[in-house]
Design a binder for this molecule. Structure first.
Ligand code: ZN
Ligand code: ZN
Length: 172
């Protein structure tokens, strides 16, 4: 894990803004989505009103001060941000047969696509046809244990940005 040496008090406005849109979390140094100020784990550790304020975006009034305040908060309360972990989407199936009987369809056994993870995963289709990556034998969503759970969403964001800028070029 890369070492972060951020001191929010010593960071300039420009550095705080850059941290908010960076693909590295300023609290823990792990990869994060560029559309969020912090990685999912640290984001989930914030109180709701902080997420509201930060979600208003870089151009909202007082954003730099808000970013400095919550960065400091997360750095001071490190244990809390590590212990707090969203388990939304937890499954209760004990065997693959139970999962299949519930309408899930086996798709494949592959490696996680995140270069820093590469764990073996079980791919299934949910009853609504969407894909779900699971750990075996626990049969819980792989994102709970993935070394880089935001990897695929970052890739999607990047693709979306490339598409948007190509559209803009064409429109000119
Ligand atoms: Zn983080
Ligand atoms: Zn993974």
């Amino acid at each position: 894990m890369s070492q972060t040496v951020h001191n929010p008090e010593a960071m300039s406005d420009a550095e705080l803004l850059a941290a908010a849109v960076s693909d590295v979390c300023a609290v823990c140094g792990r990869p994060k989505l560029t559309s969020r100020a912090f990685c999912n784990t640290d984001w989930a550790a914030l109180p709701l009103h902080a997420r509201w304020d930060l979600g208003r975006g870089l151009n909202s009034p007082g954003f730099v001060g808000i970013m400095r305040c919550w960065l400091r908060h997360l750095l001071v309360h490190k244990d809390r941000s590590r212990l707090f972990r969203s388990r939304a989407g937890e499954l209760t199936f004990r065997t693959l047969d139970e999962l299949l009987a519930a309408g899930y369809k086996f798709k494949d056994r592959v490696q996680c696509a995140a270069p820093s993870c590469l764990q073996p995963i079980l791919l299934v289709r949910r009853p609504d046809r969407s894909l779900l990556a699971l750990d075996e034998p626990q049969l819980q969503p792989h994102r709970f244990t993935c070394k880089d759970p935001e990897y695929l969403q970052r890739r999607r964001e990047l693709k979306e940005r490339v598409k948007t800028s190509a559209r803009r070029r064409r429109a000119r």
